[in-house]
Design a protein around this ligand. Sequence first.
Ligand code: GLP
Length: 240
Amino acid sequence: MLDKQSPIPMYVQIEDYLKNQILQGDFVIGEAIPSERELTDTFEVSRMTVRQSITNLVNEGLLYREKGRGTYVATPKIEQPLSGLTSFTEDMLSRGMKPSNKLISFEKMIPEIDIMHELQLAKDEEVFVVKRIRYADDKPMAIERSYLPVKLVPNLELNDIEGSLYSFIEKDKRLIISHASQRMEAVLVKREDAEFLQIFMPSAVLLIERISYLTNDVPIEIVRSTYRADRYKFISEIRR
Ligand code: GLP
């Protein structure tokens, strides 16, 4: 199975072998792969070598470890195009997944200066701040903190934000969201978010800030979303 004379390191060969097996469907999602000891015997290599291959596959998101139990085949990441201005609810429904939310907090306040500038607000203008955990098929995917100018959605209530915020803005408020700008960066998850997202500390997450505008270029919301990096892959088409 492995070529011990090859210049390709053994851990890379084992990694490729396991990766092929996973991609070919030899293991189903959630199934345990053989233990480190079994792989050590099969490939006649050290435990360290096997561990390195597995760690690389865990970091790639193909496998996940459960402490004291074993290593399992992960659910493939969601491939999220970066081109369309879609909502979380629309994205999940289009994949045949069930979106749901858990409201963590809902407040009205004078925002910090960066939010105030980005929302083009005057000093004393208030925003609603909505913090929600977003689930797909009951699994936590992201945490979103949304800031909406009170003057644009003055009567926002708890039941308005139970479902889709975009749907509330467009269908209930009859405002048209036309464009947005987005920034993305990789960061380490904050402790409180790790708990909500059910991931270990330290884990990398993707932080996306989206500012959505109405047709007249008035910003309607700023959303800071923390996405699980083990569940998401962002893709874009580029041309030359
Ligand atoms: C995505 C975007 C957010 C946007 C949200 C609206 O998650 N990253 O910026 O606020 O969709 O989703 P929904 O309409 O389901 O609340």
